[in-house]
Ligand binder design. Structure first.
Ligand code: GTR
Length: 346
């Protein structure tokens, strides 16, 4: 039965009328997305972080890197997640990107290290496959020590990666060189979906940077360009990214009791930046923009500027020329977005 996902209409049928109503509605959004699409986010687990080595070989000696191991005391055992922190050699607390990365290395095509550091940002690089493999093996890496419900709502890999990024943040917030008020998460493509879902859930993340995230990311599913990926295709190739319940919506996008603007809106009252590439039909630039537009009313009902209302907009969208990629231009868009809003209360 077709469902009209009205963002501000509560499950009991009443409309959200003011900022005071928002948190309860946000909880409903996260609940339906968890139950029907991504799987429920596990409860936080204690962590310990150890620095294994330090070096200043980067960026002419101005980039300080630390190789670290994060021990996650997960419900079924400990898991040691390797990660790298890199920061400019500057005093005080620095804004931090949680960078969900396809690669382990600092020097890679999606990370303009020198530019990011020169703008004063620290970066915690989280290699997603070090968390758990990108396949249907639910007993691999961190997955082996995380209980998973078999009722159709158990976490998919996007949720597991996002959860791990939040555990990294637990440790980063204990550091004297990290500015807790200016935490961002960034990811591209499947990791753009992950960044969005991580930011939607974790209220400590102020800036949610979502790159070319496409289907099941920022792209509004209803009415998507037929050249693009849809629920049928994504759940066929990547069923393990989601909970089993999501399979019910194959060829039934119009029946989903949500759409992807719910994930964007769940970041409200915080800040979201979405970037698309003009030739990325698979992801669907217009649909990625549509979610930003449709999510805007969450901020507006809270008395804040939503989508594209100038420098005080809390939701911003960028369409750059070219193909599916996390480029220097994208990073600049995100850093400009953050720099313009770092002083704004939230
Ligand atoms: C594609 C997938 C997209 C996107 C992309 C990526 O194969 O269909 O949803 O996530 O992979 O992550 O590179």
């Amino acid at each position: 039965m077709a469902f009209d996902p009205v963002l501000l209409k509560r499950n009991d049928g009443a409309m959200v009328k003011c900022a005071g109503d928002w948190e309860a509605r946000r909880a409903e959004l996260l609940d339906v997305l968890s139950r029907e699409e991504y799987g429920y986010m596990p409860k936080a687990a204690p962590v310990e972080c150890e620095t294994l080595s330090k070096n200043n070989d980067h960026y002419g000696g101005h980039g300080l890197a630390e190789e670290m191991a994060l021990t996650i005391h997960a419900p079924l055992g400990d898991y040691r997640l390797p990660l790298t922190l890199i920061k400019p050699d500057l005093p005080g607390r620095l804004p931090l990107f949680l960078f969900l990365s396809f690669e382990k290395e600092l020097y890679q095509k999606y990370f303009p290290l020198q530019e990011v550091l020169s703008r004063g940002y620290a970066v915690a690089l989280i290699h997603y496959k070090s968390v758990s493999s990108d396949d249907g093996d639910m007993q691999n890496g961190l997955a082996a020590v995380m209980p998973r419900s078999q009722d159709g709502t158990g976490w998919g890999k996007l949720t597991l990666w996002a959860w791990a990024a939040s555990r990294v943040l637990d440790a980063m917030l204990l550091r004297p060189d990290v500015d807790a008020n200016n935490i961002a998460v960034i990811g591209h493509s499947r990791l753009g979906k992950t960044a969005l879902w991580c930011g939607a859930n974790d209220e400590r993340i102020r800036f949610v940077c979502v790159n070319d995230s496409g289907a099941s990311g920022a792209a509004y599913a209803r009415g998507k360009d037929p050249r693009g990926e849809n629920v049928r295709i994504i759940t066929h190739h990547f069923p393990f990214w989601f909970c089993e319940n999501y399979q019910a919506y194959v060829d039934r996008e119009n029946d989903m009791p949500f759409d992807q603007h719910y994930a964007v809106a769940a970041c409200c009252p915080r800040f979201v930046a979405v970037s698309s590439a003009s030739e990325d039909y698979w992801a669907g630039p217009e649909s990625e923009k549509k979610s930003c537009e449709k999510a805007s009313e969450a901020w507006e009902i809270c008395g804040l500027k939503g989508f594209d209302a100038g420098a005080d907009a809390r939701v911003s969208y960028n369409l750059r020329d070219g193909i599916h990629f996390l480029s220097l231009e994208d990073w600049r868009f995100y850093m400009d977005f953050i720099d313009e809003r770092r002083g704004v209360s939230w």
